[in-house]
Design a protein around this ligand. Structure first.
Ligand SMILES: O=C(O)CCC(=O)C(=O)O
Ligand SMILES: [Fe+2]
Length: 295
């Protein structure tokens, strides 16, 4: 019996090693109740799950979000939905009360909240308004990237730990060093944290690389390594991690729901290259994870 049949859901694979699309489900309270287990299993198996054409409101989107854990509101308060703080509103337009950089939220490879002691588990977007073309999200499979490394290299990497801090940069004028636009209290709430470079997924037990680029990916460096050596290793790992063979590019249609597992993937928005007259608005939910488990 195939996996899809067992779970009573049809899932179409979108990229060689990961990402799946469920095509025969219209979200409603009743459907969520009936298929909760199958949706969660499909999420763990595919790491990125796409549901097309879900014209739903914030309440049902929140109910969908609760399948994946408790909401973890964004630490940059201006990103939150003014009436529903568990929801984030993403917009590539100038919005009142927001710094202009907020338009490019998530542009650059990262895993959500990697700069927290307990990084995010799942993140999901509901595509309320998307252009015909552009504004894609890229995903990279960090289990496949780790699995494809030689064994000796894997063993070396398992011993290393990585220092993370929200958009930390030695250059305070770096436009990607968002660190500088945090309020005092937001900054105090996001001190440096250290995570294993190779983590074990709490639900599947699979190993994956937990890495990101410096600054944009909120990575400072490898613990205990001198800066040049650390920078070289991070750049090398990132080149490998986002090779084409590990990537799924999601092209949005209106009312797509896309949910991804931050515990084994990286993602990258492309709104920094989207023309300003192409409007893109998303609702977003992120769920609370636990401190990464060293492999
Ligand atoms: O807008 C996107 O494509 C992704 C933004 C992002 O990084 C996020 O929502 O965590
Ligand atoms: Fe993100």
């Amino acid at each position: 019996m195939t996996w899809a049949a067992e779970n009573n859901l049809t899932v179409r694979r979108l990229a060689p090693s990961f990402a799946g699309e469920i095509s025969d489900l219209d979200l409603s309270e009743e459907v969520l109740g009936r298929h909760a287990g199958a949706i969660r299993r499909a999420f763990l198996d595919n790491k990125v799950l796409v549901l097309r054409g879900q014209e739903i409101g914030p309440a049902l989107f929140s109910a969908f979000g609760s399948l994946f854990g408790d909401p973890d509101p964004h630490h940059v308060i201006a990103m939150r939905h003014p009436e529903a703080p568990n929801l984030t509103i993403l917009s590539n337009q100038d919005e009142p009360g927001r710094k202009p950089q907020a338009k490019y939220f998530g542009s650059g490879w990262h895993s959500d909240y990697s700069y927290k002691a307990a990084p995010a588990a799942a993140t999901m977007l509901l595509a309320a308004e998307v252009p015909e073309e552009g504004g894609d999200t890229l995903f990279a499979d960090m289990e496949a990237a780790f699995a494809e490394l030689p064994e000796a290299r894997q063993a070396e990497l398992r011993r290393l730990r990585v220092r993370h801090q929200y958009r930390w940069s030695p250059d305070r004028s770096d436009p990607w060093a968002r660190w500088t636009f945090l309020s005092e209290s937001e900054r105090a709430a996001t001190p440096e944290v250290v995570h294993p470079l190779v983590r074990r997924h709490p639900a599947t037990g699979n190993e994956s690389l937990m890495i990101g680029p410096r600054v944009i990916g909120s990575v400072i460096g490898i613990e205990g390594m001198d800066e040049a050596q650390s920078d070289a290793l991070i750049d090398d790992l990132m080149r490998h991690a986002v090779e084409e063979r590990f990537i799924y590019r999601h092209r949005y249609r209106p009312w797509d729901v896309v949910v991804w597992d931050n515990r084994c993937t990286l993602h990258c928005a492309t709104t920094d290259t989207l023309a300003a007259d192409k409007v893109r608005r998303m609702l977003r939910i992120t769920t609370r994870g636990q401190p990464p488990i060293a492999a």
